[in-house]
Design a protein around this ligand. Structure first.
Ligand code: NAP
Ligand code: MG
Length: 486
């Protein structure tokens, strides 16, 4: 039986999984952290049905009421930070520092942001039409208004890297807009999401408005996406799973928000501040062992500074402490699982076999336990090397040289992804000119800082739709136009 703290939330009831429970493993110690409930397909369907039942009343609640509940949930999250931090740390293997600064507090910020979001206008002004009105109702101007309406039941399906932060980024705006949700976290680390469900329950969201289902196999997610009760799927995860979800969702005409894979280009020009460029790129290794979709993992360097950048990145790897995520000075912790480590190692091998030069890392660090990969640098890659084209989701940086601006843009645009790229140059107009040619949803100029009000999402195979600020709120709405004789 699952730990009573880790239960499903269905129709306002906290319940065990009908299919039992399964072990969650700490990626650093390889010991069991807790047991997560294994939802049956019938429970997934019951959760979707509960969300559908709750939708009409919830969609008519006052925005102030939704804002108050989101703020209340943020308060309760804050009160339980001390409990959530060790739990999230243990199930993700993230360093304690990353957990304390980002894995948990960011949830609170997201809920506060979307508590304000609930109060944003949902009526859009419309200019008078210059075209004649239709022949069906000739004569006269038409009055008109456009409303943002909630979509209905939103299935929120998330990846393992930031379990509760990813979840908060979906349910915050979805609930603020007046939708109801069924949440399905990643199988590797769902425990804190179940606690999150408990917190939302305590905050007083009406029964069925928020439902949480977990499970070890793809069955739960598949059943959720296929459910006739689900009107929208908000998914963050890999591109192949996004494609599979899109196919099923298409049949039911479900709305989609897909935040998928990335292979961020970091273009470094001869005139760049190399300290900034190298420091920013090195954050790939430091940031959750590279398990982040937006990182500049594919470094494209102009030949004039190529050697300096490779030497600088190599030196940076020597300064990164790999080790126990609980130790204060640890920078690089383990990957989420043995499976993920195997994927990363296989792609490193392919990169070397295809002509990449292994400059640093490439092996497992000497640790008694844990799914570690040493920070790895592969230089001198051809643009079509598999290690350049495919996503690692691990602590690996690849380097490709270029000669001129056009070549840099061509290489940057040559993967199937288009999520987040970076341009490092001392010439602002050149940096902007290059940014505009990148087929990517987001570009950082000489920085990896984000503006969280900016739309966030992918071009090409990196996804459909946008999160972030008010854009994220609007992603969970349908436009309705209402006209009348003026
Ligand atoms: P994943 O394997 O795609 O899984 C993501 C979620 O989808 C999990 O909850 C998974 O659970 C579920 N799932 C798998 N197959 C499904 C199906 N057929 N129908 C419904 N749900 C299904 O991704 P991951 O390995 O957890 O995370 C790494 C990936 O996420 C990387 O590709 C990374 O780039 C991407 N990512 C993107 C962003 C972004 O904002 N663009 C942010 C973070 C991560 P089950 O496997 O149990 O079904
Ligand atoms: Mg998976």
């Amino acid at each position: 039986m699952a730990d009573p703290g880790f239960q499903l939330l269905i129709a306002g009831e906290r319940v065990d999984g009908e299919a039992g429970a399964y072990d969650i493993v700490n990626p650093a110690t390889e010991t069991v952290v807790g047991q997560a409930p294994e939802a049956s397909v019938a429970q997934v369907e019951a959760a979707a049905a509960a969300a559908a039942d709750a939708f009409p009343a919830w969609s008519r609640t006052k925005p102030e009421e939704r804002a108050a509940l989101l703020n209340k949930a943020a308060d309760l999250l804050r009160d339980r930070m001390d409990e959530l931090i060790p739990l999230v740390q243990a199930e993700t293997g993230a360093t304690l520092r990353l957990t304390q600064t980002m894995q948990v507090p960011t949830c609170i910020e997201r809920f506060r942001r979307y508590a304000k979001g609930a109060l944003e206008p949902t009526t859009i002004p419309l200019p008078p039409s210059e075209m004649p009105t239709t022949t069906l109702a000739p004569g006269g101007l038409m009055g008109a208004m456009v409303l943002r309406q909630p979509v209905g039941v939103v299935a929120c399906i998330t990846p393992y890297n930031f379990p509760i932060v990813n979840m908060a980024g979906k349910i915050g705006p979805a609930l603020a807009m007046g939708n109801t949700v069924v949440v399905k976290p990643a199988p590797q680390d769902p425990l804190a999401v179940t606690v999150f469900g408990e917190i939302l329950h305590e905050a007083g969201f009406p029964a069925g408005v928020v439902n949480v289902v977990t499970g070890s196999s793809a069955e739960a997610g598949q059943a959720l996406v296929a459910s006739d009760h689900v009107d929208m799927v908000s998914f963050t995860g890999s591109t192949p799973v996004g494609q599979a979800i899109g196919e099923v969702a298409g049949r039911g005409m479900k709305r989609l928000l897909l935040e998928l894979g990335g292979k961020g280009a970091g273009i470094v020009f001869d005139d760049a501040d190399l300290k900034t460029a190298i420091g920013t790129i090195s954050s790939v290794w430091a940031f959750h062992a590279g398990q982040i979709c937006t990182a500049p993992t594919r470094v494209i360097v102009q030949r004039g500074v190529y050697d300096q950048v490779v030497v600088g990145l190599h030196a940076a790897t020597g300064r990164l402490k790999v080790g126990d995520p609980l130790e204060k000075d640890t920078v690089v912790g383990p990957l989420i699982s043995e499976v993920q480590r195997g994927r990363v190692e296989a792609l490193i091998q392919a990169g070397i076999e295809q002509g990449g030069e292994l400059v640093a890392g490439g092996q497992r660090p000497e640790m008694a336990t844990g799914f570690y990969v040493a920070p790895t640098l592969i230089a001198g890659c051809k643009p079509d090397n598999a290690a350049v084209m495919q996503e690692f989701f691990g602590p690996v940086v690849v380097v490709v040289p270029f000669d001129d601006e056009d070549e840099a843009v061509a290489i940057a645009n040559s993967t199937e992804f288009g999520l987040y790229d970076y341009v490092f140059s001392g010439d602002t107009s050149k940096a902007l000119r290059v940014a505009k040619q990148l087929r990517t949803g987001n570009v950082g100029l000489n920085t990896a800082q984000r503006n969280h009000e900016a739309p966030f999402g992918g071009f090409k195979m990196s996804g459909v739709g946008r999160d972030g600020g008010s854009f994220g709120l609007h992603a969970y709405s349908e436009l309705q136009s209402i006209v009348w004789p003026g």
